[in-house]
Design a protein around this ligand. Structure first.
Ligand SMILES: [Zn+2]
Length: 415
């Protein structure tokens, strides 16, 4: 038994980009197949190719797959891998729109924090929120990602900054439905007011929180916000080493506001990704590009924060594997618009359209250490999207989604 999608105008398999591990991506690496079809079973792709070869492909499959029991004709639409958003802070309580208005009127971040705004206002609201209310609001946000064709979605904790609340955030994240959810523990997001120093808070996380997260299997990944006068240097490194010893993979919020050593630490410790990576010098660009650590770029946050954009062109030309993500969060990026992220990458970071498409698929899969998606090849997960648009029209307009159907693990999802 198998399920068939036929009538595909153009299919993008991303085969070449996958084989090159997301480095030096060209148009031919998109794996364009016109008049295509694909077969899937049990959530996996069985075959992908030109529809005229469908009959012989079916005949060559093992007998149990030869009978097609479900069929979709997508009538000339485009099919490509589902998008993978590898960096969000989606589970949070409260809102920060009042402080955004203040910021737009020129009030400084320090003044906003003094008035009780900033990240600690989200911490307060997230701690106070019930699990059920967090779940309801978070599910609506996840649905919005799915509507845009996102089939794998990363979600970080980091808005409770205490044992109970961080566990609550991760449990809520794990309970969300639609795209496959990957959770990351970001207790080291900011220092909560109960702790005097950043060191003492990291010590608390190492001794009391990390072992619990591991025991309850709530996350496989540990992230940290490395910045001058926050978590930095040896204390950050020691914390990450402790996480590594417990079996966690590492991720770093690195060099967003200043060159503060986050990228160097990420590369040295073999982190899966270094995220933001804006304030890089030639040495950091070279080291990151030649490492296995993915450069995770978040230009929509840079738009909101009126920051510089990351040096994507230099990173890519030096051989980096690049991923794009929304960084969706209530403070520095309250938008979930993937199309705008891609548009900014094209307009301000000199990324080509094939590079943007590969960054949202192959690059993001690598950043999440997921070897079975990001590309439509036989044996991979059947995570894909059907779009009513020529692929050359992607990341060109914003605000509307061309996605008409999404499959997660071979299952057609209601959008
Ligand atoms: Zn972030």
């Amino acid at each position: 038994m198998s399920a068939l999608i036929r009538g595909i105008g153009t299919l993008l398999s991303l085969e070449g980009a996958w084989k090159k591990s997301g480095r030096f991506v060209q148009t031919e690496d998109l794996g364009l197949i016109s008049k295509a079809a694909l077969l899937m079973d049990q959530g996996r792709l069985l075959w992908v190719g030109p529809e005229k070869k469908l009959k012989s492909a079916l005949a060559n499959l093992p007998r149990q797959y030869q009978k097609v029991t479900r069929e979709w004709d997508v009538q000339g639409k485009t099919v490509l891998p589902g998008w993978i958003d590898g960096h969000t802070h989606l589970v949070y309580g409260g809102q920060r729109w009042d402080e955004f208005e203040l910021r737009c009127q020129g009030v400084s971040y320090q003044e906003i924090a003094r008035q009780g705004g900033g990240i600690l206002s989200t911490v307060k609201a997230t701690r106070a929120a019930t699990k059920q209310s967090l779940k309801e609001i978070s599910q609506k946000r996840v649905d919005e990602f799915l509507r845009q064709g996102v089939t794998t979605l990363e979600i970080k904790s980091g808005y409770a900054l205490d044992l109970k609340g961080e566990i609550k955030q991760l449990e809520v994240a794990r309970s969300l439905e639609g795209p496959q959810i990957i959770t990351t523990f970001l207790g080291a997001h900011a220092k909560p007011p109960e702790f005097e120093t950043h060191e003492s808070y990291l010590q608390f996380l190492s001794e009391k929180v990390l072992p619990q997260i591991q025991k309850k299997k709530l996350a496989d990944r540990v992230d940290i916000f490395i910045e001058k006068n926050f978590f930095e240097g040896e204390m950050a490194k020691n914390y990450l080493r402790r996480a590594q010893d417990l079996g966690f993979s590492l991720v770093v919020h690195a060099d967003q506001l200043s060159l503060s050593g986050g990228t160097q630490i990420a590369v040295e410790l073999g982190a899966l990704s270094a995220d933001h990576v804006i304030q890089l010098g030639p040495v950091e660009i070279q080291r990151l590009a030649q490492s296995e650590t993915v450069a995770m770029l978040l230009p929509l946050a840079d738009l909101y924060m009126k920051c510089e954009y990351p040096p994507a062109r230099e990173l890519i030309d030096h051989g980096a594997c690049v991923a794009l993500a929304t960084d969706y969060n209530p403070g520095s990026c309250p938008s979930m618009d993937l199309s705008l992220v891609g548009l900014l990458a094209r307009l301000y970071m000199k990324m080509s359209l094939p590079e943007v498409i590969a960054a949202w698929t192959v690059g993001a899969a690598k950043a999440l250490a997921l070897r079975d998606r990001g590309s439509l090849l036989a044996g991979f997960r059947a995570d894909l999207q059907v779009v009513d648009l020529d692929w050359r029209g992607l990341f060109y307009q914003t605000g509307t989604s061309p996605v008409t159907q999404a499959f997660v693990g071979g299952k057609s999802m209601p959008l």
